[in-house]
Design a protein around this ligand. Sequence first.
Ligand code: NAD
Ligand code: ZN
Length: 379
Amino acid sequence: MKALIYDAAFDVSVKEVPDATVERPTDAVVRITSTNICGSDLHMYEGRTDMEAGRVLGHENMGIVEAVGDGVDRIKVGDRVSLPFNIACGSCDHCVQGKTAFCLRANQAGTAGAAFGFASMGDYAGGQAELLRVPWADFNSLVLPEGTDKELDYTMLSDIFPTGWHGVELAQFEPGDSVAVWGAGPVGLMAAHSARIRGASEVFVVDQHADRLALAASIGATPVDFSAGDPVEQIMEATGGRGVDRGVEAIGYQAHDSSGTEDPTLALNQLVAVVKATGGIGVVGVYLPQDPGAKDDLAKEGRLAFDYGTFWFKGQGMRTGQANVKAYNRQLRDLITSGVATPSFLVSHELGLDEAPAAYKKFDDREDGWTKVVLHPGE
Ligand code: NAD
Ligand code: ZN
């Protein structure tokens, strides 16, 4: 089968590799119809992680079940399924509590949490390929309406729509709250869409890319261009000095100022400043754990000097982490089916697998108009 392989930093290629197969009775093999490039892939692509050369990337996968093991009896060959980026066993202490992003058994290294096509998240091939092996397939597969309808909406169920929803959840959002989302990448746009669907009174989205801010405006959010002035001041002015009830961080440790200088504390400090006293902040942007041997300087150090004092004095809450996709994906599927949610609004490109290496470069360069790339390996 053809698959997108990580060769080295800034270097991926499409190669012929052995077909994915059923290796355990609880596995399925899925023929991928859509698999998306994600901001999280860029942690690997930019060489910031210990991703081994030769691995297949891709954690945002959906397709048609091609084969099932003897121990699979819920999903069937021919089912159209969405696969959460988290791989979870379904029966450990965390999984039974719905915390599938922190599965205690799926990661062969013994740490909590596993995913398709990721560094440090278990040794699983990704789905930017023609076929994907899905462990614990009955537990991990979400069955979708048959056919090809709303493919570009349903493909957002594997990661970014649940992740955006999770960011709002982590901020302890309640209907009527105002929300500020930092970052208008795919995850931030999904957080803004989620907040709107959940009944936010007002949603601000902060970024500097005009194309992404225009998408935020297209779903009824108020765009805030941080290259045009301090985003905290802009939101304070718009709210008569009250700030917002909830904040979502959807950037991660590569947050930068308008000149491009990276500062991983910039957005956190601005969120602490703009969220009201007693308000909540949900951090879904990724920060790397401290690791003296890490390639990335920030991860080597592993510490962030954000304004903890103001955070403490304002009595804010802050919750973090990978999204437990399975906790939300059934409801979000049904919101798509009924037409309430339309997460495909951010898709900018649909491409074949052969075009993926060029697409990675353009997405990584944040080239104008490259918001979300959906790959169709069969085409
Ligand atoms: P992205 O890189 O496409 O988007 C990030 C956006 O943040 C960009 O548009 C950039 O211009 C903007 N930005 C940078 N600095 C800023 C600043 N100071 N203020 C405001 N905006 C700023 O990435 P994405 O795909 O949207 O993902 C965002 C983050 O979410 C990444 O860290 C990704 O790994 C993470 N993620 C987390 C989960 C999870 O489960 N928690 C799942 C998926 C992705
Ligand atoms: Zn993703």
